[in-house]
Design a protein around this ligand. Structure first.
Ligand code: ISE
Length: 321
């Protein structure tokens, strides 16, 4: 058996996943590409022999479709998630699962009512060899307990229409995910400091910023988020232990996240496919999507007030324990 995927969204991420599913992923193929811009859908679908349609409803009618990969902008995810959940299909949903904590919590409740985990959220860093090695080091305990994470997240530039909240919702969301993944803990508070503004940042945007994070047990993390670091894309973490340090990613400069995390995306999609064929998910779940949305909401509030802002979560449903 193999997965016949409807890829929703033919933008940068959607097109990259279509190429990946066609060229790299085993036991899967792209059956249909969905985009409201039908020409754009066709341009992505034709080279891989897939059908192009303008709505998910139409895609779900295409013969044999048995899985959905959602790669539209985040504000469109919610409707697509419900549609795919209604059909009880395996879903890989690009981050953010939904743009805010309340809508993410509703998705969690809908999946919990279904009684099966169907949604895997596209936090690809969990499939990156460096992050996996660091997690193994933390769990192994050879250097003692983990105390601090210093995180650097630099992008070369931003698209038109970029807002300061996007620093948190688009970029720091990956650090929230990585910190939760590495520590195995929930994040309890977020604070944001704005300093000297780069003259290369778009008008009205304070870039870079510093995000200060604390986990449940008191592990501290600081994130430098700098999205107009013209020299390239660089994502790095230094973990400070009781008796040692470990660095990942430092000096690995690429044009964008696509190249930096290419192997991680490949592994993420393969894991999703293989798990889906066995009726499971193969990575971060809807609870992770919800918890990171709550962190983002606290982060955006903290950007406005400058205050240390608590992250308050609902009770985790049994399905995710
Ligand atoms: C982008 O959407 C990503 O997912 C990248 O990993 C992140 O570094 C970038 O800032 C986001 O815009």
């Amino acid at each position: 058996m193999s997965l016949k995927v409807a890829v929703v969204g033919a933008g940068r991420m959607g097109a990259d996943h279509v190429r990946r599913l066609h060229e790299v992923t085993e036991r899967a193929s792209v059956a249909v590409v969905v985009d409201i811009d039908l020409d754009r859908a066709a341009a992505v679908a034709e080279p891989v022999g897939a059908v192009a349609v303008a709505s998910l409803e139409a895609a779900l009618e295409v013969d044999g479709v048995n899985a959905v990969l959602i790669a539209t902008p985040g504000f469109l995810h919610e409707a697509a998630l419900y549609r795919a959940l209604e059909r009880d299909l395996p879903i890989l949903c690009e981050k953010p699962m939904t743009p805010d904590a309340a809508s993410a919590w509703k998705v969690v409740q809908a999946e919990a009512a279904l009684g099966r985990q169907r949604i895997q959220v596209g936090f690809m860093r969990q499939f990156d060899a460096g992050y996996q090695a660091l997690k193994a080091e933390i769990e192994g305990g050879a250097a003692g307990g983990l105390l601090i994470l210093h995180c650097v997240h630099r992008n070369p530039d931003t698209l038109a229409g970029f807002t300061e909240a996007m620093l948190i919702n688009d970029s720091v969301v990956h650090e929230f995910d990585a910190i939760r993944f590495l520590t195995g803990e929930e994040i309890s508070s977020v604070q944001v400091r704005k300093g000297k503004r780069s003259s290369l940042a778009p008008e009205g945007i304070k870039d870079p910023q510093q995000v200060l994070i604390e986990t449940e047990s008191g592990i501290l993390a600081d994130v430098e988020i700098f999205v107009n670091a013209r020299y390239g894309y660089e994502v790095a973490t230094q973990a400070v232990f009781e008796n040692g340090v470990q660095n990942i990613g430092s000096g690995e400069v690429t044009p964008s996240f696509i190249e930096r995390f290419e192997a991680a995306y490949d592994a993420e999609v393969q894991s999703w496919v293989d798990a889906a064929l066995q009726g499971r998910i193969g990575g971060p779940n809807a609870w992770d999507g919800y918890a990171t949305a709550a962190c983002c909401e606290a982060g955006v509030a903290a950007q406005r007030t400058g205050e240390r802002t608590a992250v308050v979560l609902e009770t985790k449903p049994e399905l995710y324990r």
